[in-house]
Write a protein that binds this ligand. Structure first.
Ligand code: BV8
Length: 234
């Protein structure tokens, strides 16, 4: 039996399956990932844009980085792989998606049980008064209309705590899962990278490149998420 057929059987046998996704889930939609050859961090040091220090001491570069990602998102849409995960949820084959992605594509494709562990780039708030503000104000480089503070996307920057509710729900689901399918992540960012180690269930990873955690997985399938999900779904 092929690895694809094995995973398809595991999905049918499992009554509680959780998907854990990363940036590799969205590259087939045209969104760069971070650490592979064509990833963001090949051209820009994350410390200069994706940290609290960057927000406080490097606001112009911080704002340019996130504004360009927000604008890039406008030209992209979820791909067939996102839609398949949403269909599996509707058919009872998938309980939830815990994602590190901030693009909102799982929800846009129809997934309802989505835990955004690293927040969302689709909404903006004031870093001083915390008021939710307009995305257009952030894109235009404007200050908060209420307190003149600096605007920022609702993403989790390095050094920031993860949002408690999504984290706790993802942790509870992973602990209860009979099957965890990790898709499109290098598993290098903590504490999310620890999640696959916290389940008693079967663990499979679908990823384009090997990861440092591959030995932990019972099933390792290298390839493109969208293509692999279509093969599993067929
Ligand atoms: C925190 C901003 C606690 C949002 C991001 C141990 C425990 C706790 C924390 C730490 C720890 N050790 C170190 C830390 C600190 C730090 C950390 O993990 N550093 C790492 C780099 C060592 N963690 C934190 O700071 C976290 N906060 O723990 O707080 C705390 C706080 C205060 C006081 C006390 C304690 C916050 C982590 C979130 C950081 N935010 N970005 C944004 O701009 O998007 S991280 C960034 O990496 C993104 O969010 C991204 O989602 C995330 C993970 O990356 P991946 O999704 O895996 O993407 P990557 O490119 O790496 O991999 C993609 C993979 O897909 C590749 O392997 C590629 O081959 C593959 N692929 C590509 N295309 C495809 C594909 N596969 C299949 N198909 C394809 N088509």
């Amino acid at each position: 039996m092929s690895e694809i057929q094995t995973l398809a059987r595991w999905i049918k046998e499992s009554s509680f399956t959780v998907a854990l996704t990363g940036a590799g889930m969205s590259t087939e939609s045209g969104i760069p990932d971070f650490r592979s050859q064509s990833g963001w961090w090949n051209n820009i040091d994350p410390a200069t844009v994706a940290t609290v220090e960057a927000l406080e001491e490097n606001y112009e570069l911080f704002q340019q980085f996130y504004a360009s990602r927000m604008q890039g998102l406008r030209a992209c849409t979820p791909h067939r792989g996102h839609a398949i995960l949403a269909e599996w949820e509707q058919r009872g084959f998938l309980h939830s998606v815990a994602t590190q992605n901030v693009d909102g594509f799982h929800q846009q494709a129809g997934s309802r049980n989505v835990y955004e562990l690293h927040g969302s780039i689709r909404t903006v708030r004031c870093s001083t008064c915390d008021d939710q503000t307009e995305l257009e104000d952030f894109l235009a480089g404007k200050a908060c209309p209420h307190c003149k503070g600096r605007l920022r996307p609702d993403v989790v920057l390095f050094g920031e705590m993860l949002p408690q509710e999504p984290w706790q729900r993802a942790l509870a689901d992973i602990r209860s899962a009979e099957l965890v399918i990790v898709i499109g992540t290098s598993l290098q960012v903590y504490p999310v990278a620890q999640l696959p180690l916290m389940t008693q269930g079967r663990v499979a990873i679908l990823n384009y490149e090997p990861t440092a955690q591959d030995d932990h997985f019972e099933l390792v399938i290298h390839g493109k998420a969208g293509e692999l999900l279509q093969q599993i779904n067929s």
